[in-house]
Design a protein around this ligand. Structure first.
Ligand code: F6R
Length: 240
């Protein structure tokens, strides 16, 4: 694990964007595993700028997102598909048909999980971007999720619902279920880039890096991946 401690969110975002841009430049047909949430917004802003300036092209890039809320379709502003469109896809030269987010409104969610797992197998992520939950989750793999799991539907933890409530009018509006890549789907990525900032993440960062590898802290599995870069700001690194 390479651990890079930076001053602040801006620096974290710049370095994160550098790493993704490197992958895109070295393989214009790369598959990028992407995340939503507050953490990667600065990275996406920078990737948009670099695309618009002609430094990188997404023309042949394929993307696979980690997760989606159950019950929200892509038109819903709280959905992760909507987030990805508005934060990144609408502003770069990606072919939207090459962008993939698991569906939260499939008629048969079990089939959707199987479809998404197969899609990931067929073109593994050249790089997977991850944020970190304050309880150590990656994707929506909450504590206790099996390390060998593939795409599945999960019940969200109270703490995750509370953390995500800031993006909804009221906490009751936060969906209680989501569809997420499993940990095995994340671990198949050739390269993993995890970003975390703020003191709210300090405990989880410590458990991920210094703790034992245990399903109680899903992110701790990253210790077993051969190519992981963790970029964290000073506050998130405070307990290391
Ligand atoms: C998002 C995701 C989640 C977030 C995590 C951190 O696609 O899978 O694991 O990365 O909850 O969220 P933020 O970045 O909002 O602190």
């Amino acid at each position: 694990m390479e651990i890079i401690i930076v001053e602040n969110y801006e620096e974290m975002s710049e370095k994160g964007a550098d790493l993704i841009a490197e992958v895109v430049k070295s393989n214009p047909c790369a598959t990028l595993g992407l995340a939503t949430g507050s953490t990667p917004i600065g990275v996406y802003q920078r990737l948009v700028r670099r695309n618009q300036s002609g430094e990188i092209s997404f023309e042949k890039i394929r993307t696979v997102n980690l997760d989606e809320y159950e019950g929200l379709d892509g038109e819903n502003p709280q959905s992760y598909r909507y987030f990805m469109n508005t934060q990144l896809f609408d502003h770069v030269n990606v072919d939207k048909r090459n962008t993939n987010v698991p569906s939260g409104v499939a008629e048969d969610m079990d089939k959707e999980c199987e479809r998404y797992t197969a899609l990931l197998k067929e073109a593994p992520q050249d790089i997977q971007l991850l944020g970190l939950g304050s309880d150590g989750h990656i994707g929506f793999n909450e504590p206790g999720s099996p390390f060998e799991g593939h795409t599945h539907v999960v019940e969200l933890e109270e703490s995750t619902i509370r953390d995500n409530a800031r993006l909804f009018d009221k906490i009751e509006d936060v969906p209680t279920k989501a569809i997420t890549m499993g940990i095995a789907d994340v671990m198949q990525a050739k390269k993993i880039l995890l970003l975390a900032n703020g003191k709210n993440k300090a405990e989880a960062v410590k458990a991920m890096i210094r703790g034992e590898v245990t399903e109680s802290c899903p992110a701790s599995i990253l210790q077993r991946h051969k190519d992981v870069t963790v970029i964290i700001d000073k506050e998130a690194a405070a307990l290391l």
